[in-house]
Design a protein around this ligand. Structure first.
Ligand code: TPP
Length: 618
C-alpha cells in the first residue's frame, strides 16, 4: 500500500460522505487506558453522538466507560433488532453513520436482520459486538457465536479484534469503510479480554486498508459518450436510484433533469431524490410503480441509470425489460454495472460527481447545437400519465387505507419524515405521500424487512429531533418490533405511529387473492379465515391499550370523517409517542401491479385492467 492510499485519519464522520459534527479534541499521544476506554474514545473522536444498544457479559467492559461519556448518548433498546434498525433509520435520515452495539452470541445474532437490511439498502452503520475472551474463541464458550463468519456475506466489511492496541484504529477504519464509496454496514467484534487489557490511546490514527480505494471521479470519455447519447436519444429516461440520495446529489440531479428535459423516475429507495411535484417526474417504477414510469422505462431508447441497480422489482422479467433501450449506468460500485443489464456506457463514480460532469457535457452538446428532441416522447408520456393516474376505490362504510396514508402525507407535509414497514402500507406510502425532500422516506427496500418502521422512526427522530416523524406500519409488521415504543416513551423520542390495521398480512393476502384462488392460508391476524372487514371485531392485541401500556398515547380511528381530526390530534402531541390504530378495509389492493416474474408489458393499472398504449398491444 502506498502512502497516499493510507489516509491519515479521521474524524471519519466529517469526511465527504458523512456529516457528524464531533469537535475533535487535540490529538493525543499515547494516553494509557483500557481497551474499552479506547473504544469509547475512538467513538467520540469519530463524531458519534448516539449508540443504540443492549448490554450483556461480553460487551460489559464497554458499557462501563460509556457511563462517563458526555458526548455519546446510549439509548437502551428492548431488542437488538431495534438497535440495528434504529441505527439505520438514524443514518438514512441524517446521512451520518448509525451505530448499534450488542453483546456476544444471541445479542450479536439479533443484529443479523438489521445488518442484512442495511447491506441490501447500502446504509452506513457500524455494529459493535462483544466477543468471548480471545482464548475461548472456537471452544463453544457460553454465548459464543462466530458473528464475523455469520455476517461475512451481509456486511461491507467486518473485523474481529483480539488486541487492545488495535481497537481505536479498527473503529476509525470501520467508520471510513461504512461511509465512503458505496456505503454499507461494518461490524466490529471485540473480544472481552481485549477490552479489559491495558493499552495506550492515540488519535488520529493511520488507517491500514490496503486495496480499499473507491473511485469517485468518473471517466471523462464515458461522460462525453453519455452526453452524446442523451442528445441523440428520442425516448430517454433518467432512472434514479438510492445511490443519488447516498451521494447527496439531488440538487445536481435537478439541474441535469431540467437541462435535458428528460423524464425522471425514482425507485422505492430514491423517493424524495426528485420532487414529486416536478413536472418532469413520472413517479416510481417497478412492480407497484405508476403506469407512466413503468411504461416509460419499457419503451425507452436510452436509460440513464444513476445509483440504481436494475433490481428485479423494477425490471420485472429481465429478458423483456426495456428491449429497445441503450443503457448508461453510473454507480460508485463497479460490481453493480452490467450485473443484471449490460451497460452500453459504464460509468464508475460518485453520483454527485457523475451528474455534475454529465450536466457540463450536456451543456457542451447544447452549445454545439445538439439538443435532444423529446417532444413526441413527452406527448406519449403525458397521455399515459393523464390516462392512468394513481388512484383507489373506497368501499362505502369502511375506511380506505390509501385515504388514511394520503391524509397523513397532506397534513404532516413534505418536511416530515416517513418510515414504513413492509407490505401494502409501504407501497401506498410510496405512492400516495408526496415527497419533495431527500431523507424523508425511509423503508426497507432491498430486504423487505417487516418490523423496520418503529425502530427506524425512532432512530430518525433521534437524528432529526426537530422533524415530525411518522411510522406508517402494518398491523403485522407492528407486532414484530413495537416493544421499541417503550424505548421511545422512556427516552423522550416522540414519534407518531399510524398502524394501518386491516387485520391481515395484507400484501400476502393480496397475492392469495390474485394467484391462489382466494385461499387465505394463515394470513388472518385475528384468526378468522376469510373475514371480510378490518380488525375491528376482535382486537388482539388492542393497539390503543398496547400504546397505553408502553407509555404512549393511543388513539383509534374507524371512519373516514374522523381521519383528519385524528391525525391533527396526533400532530398536536409532541411530548409523548402517539400510536393511532386506523381500522381499515381488508380487501384493498395495491395497484398498479406487474405480477412477479412477468414482463413489465403486462402491467395492470387496476384489477383486470391492461392499459391501452395506443400501439395495439393492450
Ligand atoms: C420478517 C418478514 N417476514 C415475512 C415477510 C413476508 N411479508 C411481506 S409483506 C407481509 C405482510 C405484511 O403485513 P402487514 O404488516 O399487516 O402489512 P400490510 O401488507 O397489511 O399493509 C409479509 C408477511 C417479510 N417481508 N418480512
Amino acid at each position: 500500500m502506498t502512502e497516499q492510499a493510507r489516509p491519515a485519519a479521521p474524524s471519519p464522520q466529517s469526511s465527504a460522505a458523512s456529516h457528524n459534527h464531533g469537535s475533535p479534541r487535540a490529538a493525543t499521544a499515547g494516553t494509557p487506558m483500557s481497551g474499552a476506554q479506547a473504544l469509547i474514545r475512538a467513538l467520540e473522536e469519530s463524531g458519534v453522538d448516539t449508540i443504540f444498544g443492549y448490554p450483556g457479559g461480553a460487551i460489559l467492559p464497554a458499557y462501563d466507560p460509556l457511563l462517563d461519556s458526555d458526548r455519546v448518548r446510549h439509548i437502551l433498546v428492548r431488542h437488538e433488532q431495534g438497535a440495528g434498525h434504529a441505527a439505520t433509520g438514524y443514518a438514512q435520515a441524517t446521512g451520518k453513520v448509525g451505530v448499534c452495539m450488542a453483546t456476544s452470541g444471541p445479542g450479536a445474532t439479533n443484529l443479523v436482520t438489521p445488518i442484512a437490511d442495511a447491506h441490501m439498502d447500502s446504509v452506513p452503520i457500524v455494529a459493535i459486538t462483544g466477543q468471548v475472551n480471545s482464548g475461548a474463541i472456537g471452544t463453544d464458550a457460553f454465548q459464543e457465536a462466530d458473528i464475523v463468519g455469520i455476517t461475512m456475506p451481509i456486511t461491507k466489511h467486518n473485523f474481529l479484534v483480539t488486541d487492545a492496541a488495535d481497537i481505536a484504529r479498527t473503529i476509525a477504519e470501520a467508520f471510513h469503510i461504512a461511509s465512503t464509496g458505496r456505503p454499507g454496514p461494518v461490524l466490529v467484534d471485540i473480544a472481552k479480554d481485549a477490552m479489559q487489557a491495558a493499552t495506550s490511546f492515540r488519535w488520529p490514527v493511520e488507517l491500514d486498508l490496503p486495496g480499499y480505494r473507491p473511485v469517485s471521479k468518473p471517466h471523462a470519455k464515458q461522460i462525453r459518450e453519455a452526453a452524446r447519447m442523451i442528445a441523440e436519444a428520442r425516448r430517454p429516461v433518467l432512472y434514479v436510484g438510492g445511490g443519488v440520495l447516498k451521494a447527496r446529489a439531488t440538487a445536481q440531479l435537478r439541474v441535469l433533469a431540467e437541462l435535458t428535459g428528460a423524464p425522471v423516475v425514482t425507485t422505492l429507495m430514491a423517493r424524495g431524490a426528485f420532487p414529486d411535484s416536478h413536472p418532469l417526474h413520472l413517479g416510481m417504477p417497478g412492480m407497484h410503480g405508476t403506469v407512466a414510469a413503468v411504461t416509460a422505462l419499457q419503451k425507452s431508447d436510452l436509460i440513464i441509470a444513476l445509483g440504481a441497480r436494475f433490481d428485479d422489482r423494477v425490471t420485472g422479467k429481465l429478458s423483456s425489460f426495456a428491449p429497445d433501450a441503450k443503457v448508461v449506468h453510473a454507480d460508485i460500485d463497479p460490481a453493480e454495472i452490467s450485473k443484471n443489464r449490460i451497460a452500453d456506457v459504464p460509468i464508475v463514480g460518485d453520483c454527485a460527481e457523475v451528474i455534475t460532469d454529465l450536466a457540463a457535457a450536456v451543456r457542451a452538446e447544447h452549445a454545439a447545437g445538439r439538443v435532444g428532441d423529446y417532444a413526441a416522447w413527452w406527448s406519449a408520456l403525458e397521455g399515459w400519465r393523464t390516462k392512468y393516474p394513481l388512484g383507489y376505490e373506497s368501499v362505502k362504510g369502511t375506511l380506505a387505507p390509501q385515504y388514511v396514508i394520503e391524509r397523513i402525507g397532506k397534513i404532516a407535509g413534505p418536511e416530515a419524515i416517513y418510515a414504513t414497514g413492509v407490505g401494502q402500507h409501504q407501497m401506498w406510502a410510496a405512492q400516495f405521500i408526496g415527497y419533495e425532500n431527500p431523507g424523508t422516506f425511509l423503508n426497507s427496500g432491498g430486504a423487505g424487512t417487516m418490523g423496520y418502521a418503529v425502530p427506524a422512526a425512532m432512530g430518525a427522530k433521534v437524528g432529526r429531533p426537530e422533524a415530525t416523524v411518522w411510522a406508517i406500519d402494518g398491523d403485522g409488521c407492528f407486532q414484530m418490533t413495537n416493544q421499541e415504543l417503550a424505548t421511545c416513551a422512556i427516552n423522550d423520542i416522540p414519534i407518531k405511529v399510524a398502524v394501518i390495521n386491516n387485520g391481515t398480512l395484507g400484501m400476502v393476502r393480496q397475492w392469495q387473492t390474485l394467484f391462489y384462488n382466494q385461499r387465505y392460508s394463515n394470513t388472518s391476524l385475528d384468526g378468522r379465515a376469510g373475514a371480510s372487514s378490518g380488525g375491528s371485531q376482535r382486537r388482539i392485541p388492542d393497539f390503543v391499550k398496547l400504546a397505553d401500556a408502553h407509555g404512549c398515547i393511543g388513539l383509534r380511528c374507524e371512519s373516514p370523517d374522523q381521519v383528519d381530526a385524528t391525525i391533527e390530534k396526533a400532530m398536536a402531541i409532541n411530548d409523548a409517542p402517539v400510536v393511532v390504530d386506523f381500522v381499515v378495509h381488508q380487501d384493498a389492493m395495491v395497484w398498479p401491479m406487474v405480477p412477479a416474474g412477468l414482463s413489465n408489458d403486462e402491467i395492470l393499472a387496476a384489477r383486470g385492467q391492461r392499459p391501452d398504449f395506443g400501439d395495439g398491444e393492450e
